[in-house]
Design a binder for this molecule. Structure first.
Ligand code: PHE
Length: 498
């Protein structure tokens, strides 16, 4: 259909030199003008034709005006509704429908076709002239017949004001030959083929110009979740600072590594079922599977202390240490790694991890029962709080957070402990960005780390910076079953720092 229309148009232009008006052409060839315009645009884009606009406008009746074509204008209807003896305004309005009565009465008064008479006591609407000429109806009928020119400009203006007439505008087009005019559109080749080369037709074949502005097709591919992108950015920072990644592929830990090895007393409220997901199957990791000398040193330190500590003074239970749980922090991984470091003969080390942890918390817009922790650990001889502050300052500066403040805090396994705050230009306030500290001797010495070795460490969540970076204010929009896949598809790349 479009192809017929196209060759018809090209033929007519070739024969007559032009198509003077596409409106007339569409009518005489009984084709839809819209369809013709579609073909015309494609011919114009291919430079086969040139196009000039022809503007048209005509008067048209509004819906209301159509009601008066036969019944007459409201003022005429009012005039006709008045009997010889007059009528009360109320009765008149009952006889005529709302707007007709209101508008008609006002107009008829203005025309001086009617008047109010108070002679008989109660006011009556009376005819004031014997007959009328309904010029409004005459004008509307003329417009309806397409005889716009018969209506005086002043009448048109008045009727437009009364919202009885409007102007409809539309365009048709004059078509002439373009620089690439041809009776038949030649299909331009998009590719050089073996056939063209063999036959030599490539010499004369018209080629379609390259469109270097085309965006191209998006290659089908998977999409990285924002948390993965931010994780990669954090990894790069750690690696650039010489940190090695710890193996975090065990969501299930025994309480021993998650709590006891970290000098966290067995009555500590964090172990309570409110914060920790304990496993029912398998419920335990037997303490017999642990290095027994280390186990005994942990027991003793909890019970009676050592290295200047008095311990907690309670009877440490293997049964409690054996309970399996979903790790509540990645510091469980750090404790395994530090033990291994001590056993393999200490050397200074910098470790990091970024992985999932689990806490039995009420879910709200900033908390889920599982989230990701980022953890950094530095073990070295004679490290001090100054080293911790310096390392944190460097780490957060590389993140793009150069201004930090520290606040004393408490963790069972670090002393001193500090919460880390950063001034957010974006939010205009200080926000907590992490927790940190120096691991206690009660944790490090039983592992077998030399007495002059100190370990500094810090932790933060991956979700918090991701939400700030991607402007997400409800964690459930970032992670979990309510996440919109479109968010995963469309989120931008993440580059931290400078
Ligand atoms: N494990 C701590 C937490 O869960 C973070 C932390 C890591 C604190 C290392 C001090 C040192 O919040």
């Amino acid at each position: 259909m479009a192809a017929d229309l196209e060759s018809g148009l090209l033929q007519s232009i070739d024969e007559a030199g032009s198509i003077q008006d596409t409106g007339a052409y569409a009518e005489s060839h009984s084709v839809d003008h819209m369809a013709l315009v579609g073909v015309m645009k494609s011919l114009l884009a291919a430079e086969l034709i040139l196009v000039e606009d022809i503007d048209h406008s005509r008067l048209a009746l509004t819906e209301e005006a159509r009601l008066y074509l036969e019944a007459g204008s409201p003022e005429a209807q009012v005039f006709n509704a008045i009997p010889e003896s007059g009528i009360s305004l109320a009765d008149l309005k009952v006889k005529l429908d709302g707007t007709v009565g209101d508008v008609g009465f006002k107009q008829a008064m203005q025309q001086r076709w009617v008047a109010i008479s108070k002679e008989g006591g109660a006011p009556l609407v009376m005819r004031k002239v014997p007959t009328i000429q309904d010029a409004v109806q005459t004008a509307l009928v003329a417009v309806d017949r397409g005889q716009d020119t018969e209506v005086a400009a002043a009448t048109v203006a008045a009727l437009k004001k009364r919202k009885l007439l409007t102007t409809e505008a539309w365009k048709t087009y004059r078509l002439t030959k373009g620089i690439k005019f041809a009776r038949q559109r030649v299909k331009e080749a998009t590719d050089l083929t073996a056939d063209m080369l063999a036959k030599g037709t490539w010499r004369d074949a018209p080629f379609k110009a390259y469109n270097f502005d085309a965006l191209g097709l998006a290659p089908p591919s998977g999409h990285l979740h924002p948390l993965l992108k931010v994780r990669t950015a954090f990894r790069k920072i750690f690696v650039s600072m010489g940190f090695e990644e710890m193996p975090t592929n065990n969501y299930v830990e025994s309480s021993f590594w998650n709590f006891d090895a970290l000098f966290q007393p067995q009555q500590h409220p964090a172990r309570d079922a409110h914060d920790t997901f304990f496993l029912t199957c398998p419920a335990t990791t037997p303490c017999s599977s642990l290095p027994q000398d280390y186990l005994e040193r942990v027991r003793e330190t909890h019970q009676t202390g050592g290295w200047g500590s008095t311990g907690y003074g309670y009877a440490w239970q293997e049964a409690e240490a054996e309970k399996n749980l979903l790790r509540t922090h990645t510091t469980a991984v750090s404790s395994r790694m530090l033990y291994r470091l001590a056993q393999n003969g200490f050397r200074p080390a910098k470790y990091f991890s970024i992985d999932r942890v689990f806490r039995n918390e009420a879910v709200d817009r900033t908390h889920l029962a599982e989230f990701h922790q980022i953890e950094g650990v530095v073990a070295g001889v004679g490290l001090t709080l100054g080293d911790l502050i310096g390392t944190l300052t460097e780490f957060f500066a590389r993140l793009g957070l150069p201004t930090l403040r520290f606040k004393p805090a408490y963790n069972p396994y670090t002393e001193p402990s500090m919460e880390i705050f950063s001034y957010s230009e974006q939010l205009g306030k200080w926000i907590e960005v992490g927790n940190s500290g120096m691991f206690r001797p009660e944790m490090l010495r039983p592992m077998g780390l030399p007495e002059d070795v100190n370990v500094i460490a810090w932790g933060l969540s991956l979700e918090r910076p991701t939400m700030i970076l991607y402007g997400i204010d409800n964690i459930r929009d970032l992670f979990g079953h309510k996440v919109a896949l479109s968010m995963v598809k469309r989120n931008p790349l993440c580059r931290l720092g400078l």
